[in-house]
Design a protein around this ligand. Structure first.
Ligand SMILES: [Zn+2]
Ligand SMILES: [Zn+2]
Length: 266
């Protein structure tokens, strides 16, 4: 049952990862919040709030797609979960019922056999299909992740600039930043880390540029399941170095290595 969905999710991985990055650029994942970031899930007020230093920066209505229990390794739809009020899933339940590919699994009481990463991807896929910006994986009691379908509307946000696709830091927090779109790019720290990762063995007698050129010509781990979010390619034809949120392909590494070289020379 989940195999068909796994395929659909994989096909849409670039859109799904872009959605994740868009949400995480506004509020980092629970385990990785910046010092001044907090979020509030208010089931009674039917609301999800993002705050930067006590000021509400974004607001969204609250729709719950499902919950993941870390101790039981199971996924539950909200309508099988007594602790979730009906109004917090009614809207999305209606939209989900209209999606053919989901029909077989919406009646299931518990979904097992996949990990939380899969369900996070699946919930993002569902959120996008249902017209939301994406999913925020709110944490409850450290044991349960609540996948919220959100449409984050700015309230009083400071413009924090672009977000690094590798570490989710903001443009203003790093020495320099290589932009890949209006919202995203890669930060100087991640570029430096990448250069360390690809640095040649002294004994091999290769230069950094030679290593990169060689990797650009080899298919490496392609077709990788990790997309490159920097060039927005789902299956880059070259090796991809994985980060916690996305990967970066060697075509892009070649570009940033050039910029890194310029910055180190000046
Ligand atoms: Zn970074
Ligand atoms: Zn790339």
């Amino acid at each position: 049952m989940l195999t068909t969905l796994r395929k659909l999710v994989e096909e849409d991985v670039v859109d799904i990862n872009a959605a994740k990055l868009r949400i995480f650029s506004r509020i980092n994942p629970p385990q990785n919040l910046l010092e001044d970031e907090t979020y509030f899930v208010n089931q009674d007020a039917f609301e999800f709030l993002v705050k930067y230093a006590d000021k509400v920066a974004y607001r969204s209505s609250l729709q719950i797609i499902g919950t993941w229990s870390h101790s039981h390794a199971t996924f539950l739809w909200p309508w099988h979960n007594d602790s979730i009020a009906k109004k917090n899933y009614l809207e999305i339940q209606e939209k989900m019922s209209a999606i053919d590919e989901l029909k077989d699994i919406l009646g299931e009481t518990k979904l097992t056999g996949e990990d939380d990463y899969f369900f996070f991807q699946l919930c993002n896929w569902i959120a996008l299909k249902c017209g939301y910006q994406g999913v925020y994986p709110a944490s409850y009691d450290d044991n349960v992740t609540v996948y919220l379908a959100v449409n984050l509307e700015p309230v009083d946000r400071d413009d924090r600039g672009r977000t690094c696709v590798m570490c989710m830091c903001k443009e203003y927090q790093t020495k320099y930043f290589v932009a890949s779109s209006e919202e995203f790019g890669i930060c100087s720290r991640c570029i430096e880390n990448l250069m360390d990762v690809v640095a040649p063995d002294e004994a091999a007698g290769e230069s950094l540029n030679e290593v990169i050129e060689r990797k650009c010509k080899s298919t490496g781990n392609a077709p990788a399941i990790i997309p490159c979010q920097l060039c927005q390619t789902a299956k880059p034809d070259v090796e991809v170095i994985a980060g916690p949120y996305t990967g970066i392909c060697f075509h892009c590494i070649k570009l940033v290595a050039g910029i890194h070289q310029e910055k180190s020379d000046t």
